[in-house]
Ligand binder design. Structure first.
Ligand code: THU
Length: 160
């Protein structure tokens, strides 16, 4: 028997001002999407913006349903929007932000497990890591290098 330890690094920007203009702009586009979320049940708005390697940007926001399991997360809407429009272009970065209408959340919130799996699919599909930028109400922005860091031992199509 042996014990394996894994760790990962991520960056914390004190605010969007510390980021590149391109990343600050991508996060700004995600923030705009908070207003387009359809979240009458949870009151939890998620805005997302995907930048592809060709520089184009595709947006998304969470879309809920009275039949709760049909709710679709904002980051998945953005990725599927990109995939539907530019199927052959790799995703470079994904900015995600949240706004809980019921309380303030200071620290960045990470994507749910289902979204991690979908982001992973897009990384594998294009063999290109996806930088993930996360922001909540507070000024801090987290930058993750790859979804693989937050989905260790992930399942992928090579097993099928
Ligand atoms: N949600 C997202 O959009 N992304 C996540 O990663 C977690 C949850 C949405 C789904 C639902 O509309 C609301 O947030 C509450 O779960």
């Amino acid at each position: 028997m042996k014990t394996v330890s894994e760790s990962f690094e991520y960056k914390i920007y004190a605010s969007s001002d510390e980021m590149s203009k391109a990343d600050a702009d991508l996060m700004a586009q995600a923030i705009v999407q908070l207003d387009n979320a359809y979240a009458p049940y949870s009151q939890f708005h998620v805005g997302a913006a995907v930048r592809l390697v060709d520089g184009s940007v595709y947006i998304g926001s969470n879309q809920e349903n009275a039949s709760y399991p049909l709710c679709m997360c904002g980051e998945r809407v953005a990725l599927y929007n990109a995939g539907a429009n530019k199927p052959n272009i790799a995703v470079e970065s994904l900015a995600i932000t949240i706004k809980n209408q019921k309380m303030s959340i200071d620290k960045p919130v990470s994507p749910c497990g289902a979204c991690r799996q979908v982001i992973s699919e897009y990384e594998n599909r294009h063999q290109h890591r996806i930088r993930i930028l996360l922001k909540s109400d507070g000024p801090e922005v987290y930058e993750l290098n790859s979804v693989a860091d937050i989905l260790p031992l992930g399942f992928n199509g090579t097993f099928l």
